[in-house]
Design a protein around this ligand. Structure first.
Ligand SMILES: NC(=O)c1ccc[n+]([C@@H]2O[C@H](COP(=O)([O-])OP(=O)(O)OC[C@H]3O[C@@H](n4cnc5c(N)ncnc54)[C@H](O)[C@@H]3O)[C@@H](O)[C@H]2O)c1
Length: 328
């Protein structure tokens, strides 16, 4: 067991800076930003594509944490130039404070099968979800390596990056499998040289956010990435989803516990119900298939009465969801 797997005393992050991409629409990134500021007393740099949305999120956080530095940065994570100027602005704004955590969390989701999907959606998905993470690593990891203090570099993949492809969101799942693999690679690459940088991959199950809406909005606004007239989107209220705030609590609990794969299931105490996503069993199915060199696609033959024809969306949470429904 290397130092990469060590427990992390979160108190060491106090007074340092948390950098979070994809933090402008009150989703997972916002939850992490709020937790970092309110619970860990970290200064926060929120990054997102549109100035208006990320400024709004930062303004809300400044009200909650008036004693901390909260910086909003409009930045396209598919642009290395944007990311380096974001780091320059962080250095100037938070001079002498040191970066304690970076979350490469921005992402998009276009829910479609391979045969029905647009190639353009694949390009956007791979650009943002994969190359955006690679570029964020290249921009920020050397800085963390140059610091002697312990820090966290966490990518956001998905539970979809650990399970079998299920035919519903092919480009998304392919991109998230890539994020898991490239984060494992990063951990190996820097393990000996920079053990103070704790590399982690976040694999959320279901968090109530506006990912599908923000993806569509960013797609339609892509020619004006820094536009100021894009309004923030508030998350959907999924009946059984985790709130971004309680999700963040689980993320930091897993980091503190020294985990590498931060699989955040919909379980107590992070939700108030007993219908988990069942991530570990669904992940295990993939590895059982691999051991037999077989793909069990029986889930594709489900009738509508039996639920979604999906190898992923089938645990207690989804069985209950079909009867309880969502508020949008
Ligand atoms: N919500 C879930 O249940 C869930 C589950 C698994 C993984 N995830 C992942 O969590 C991450 C955050 O998503 P979320 O669900 O909180 O939704 P969200 O919409 O709140 O966050 C995604 C953010 O990424 C930003 N973004 C998109 N393209 C960008 C770009 N080129 N540059 C900068 N920012 C960009 C969007 O504007 C948006 O604010 C994503 O990577 C997503 O794939 C979410």
């Amino acid at each position: 067991m290397s130092r990469q797997q060590e427990k992390f005393d979160l108190a060491e992050l106090e007074g340092r800076v948390a950098v979070i991409t994809g933090a402008g629409n009150f989703g997972i990134g916002w939850g992490l930003a709020k937790y970092a500021a309110l619970n860990l007393h970290m200064h926060v740099a929120l990054i997102d594509l549109h100035e208006a949305t990320v400024e709004q999120a930062a303004a809300d956080l400044r009200v909650m944490a008036p004693d901390l530095g909260i910086l909003a940065l409009a930045c396209d994570v598919t642009s290395s130039a944007d990311l380096s100027s974001a780091l320059e602005r962080i250095d100037v704004h938070f001079a002498g404070k040191g970066i304690g955590a970076v979350f490469a969390n921005a992402g998009v989701l276009f829910n479609n099968s391979i045969l029905k999907s647009d190639i353009e959606d694949w390009e956007t998905t791979l650009n943002v979800n994969v190359l955006g993470v690679v570029k964020t690593i290249k921009a920020f990891v050397p800085r963390l390596q140059a610091q002697a203090e312990k820090s966290i570099f966490c990518t956001t993949a998905s539970v979809g990056g650990l399970v079998r492809g299920d035919g519903g969101a092919a480009s998304y799942q392919a991109s998230k499998h890539a994020v898991v693999a490239l984060t494992e690679s990063l951990s190996f690459e820097i393990a000996r040289k920079s053990p103070q940088v704790h590399v982690r991959v976040l694999c959320p199950c279901i968090v109530s956010t506006s990912l599908m809406k923000s993806s569509q909005l960013n797609k339609s606004a892509k020619n004006a990435p820094a536009s100021t007239d894009v309004a923030s989107i508030k998350p959907n209220e999924m009946v059984l989803g985790m709130t971004p705030e309680r999700h963040a609590e689980q993320v930091f609990d897993l980091i503190a516990d020294g985990k590498f794969y931060l699989v955040t299931d919909n379980v107590r105490p992070y939700v108030d119900h007993d219908f988990p996503f069942d991530a570990m069993n669904i992940i295990a199915e993939r590895f059982d298939n691999l051991k037999e060199l077989q793909l069990d696609n029986a889930d594709a033959f489900k009738t509508p009465a039996e639920g979604y024809p999906s190898s992923i969306l089938k645990g207690p949470m989804f069985r209950a969801q079909t009867t309880i429904g969502n508020k949008d």
